[in-house]
Design a protein. Structure first.
Length: 104
């Protein structure tokens, strides 16, 4: 798992690649909270995520809640098929969109 954060103006552009699961949830949580704290908005790119489980979904929900509480905007810039699968499984499409970017 790798997480890269780039600040572009007041937006934290966060890209996660590799596994986003129970085995790295604590590390990812800390990095996500830091990215959210350091910007006015967060753009999260999950298009490089190869494995995504319920812990990944919890992290996504945490990021959304943290942004809401801080009055910040969270945008998903991209999602991989594993991310889409879990979002669909847990019926989270209404919160995060129903399909990967670029698909109908």
């Amino acid at each position: 798992m790798e997480m890269r954060t780039q600040i572009s103006g007041n937006v934290a552009e966060v890209a996660v690649t590799g596994e986003m699961n129970i085995y790295n949830a604590i590390e990812l949580k800390a990095a996500l909270v830091t990215a959210i704290d350091g910007a006015e908005a967060v753009e999260l790119d999950l298009s490089g995520v190869s494995e995504f489980d319920s812990s990944g979904a919890q992290l996504l929900l945490l990021a959304r809640k943290e942004c809401e509480l801080a009055g910040k905007k969270l945008t998903l810039a991209g999602r991989s098929a594993p991310v889409d699968s879990v979002i669909g499984l847990f019926n989270l499409g209404e919160l995060f969109g129903s399909a990967r970017q670029g698909e109908a």
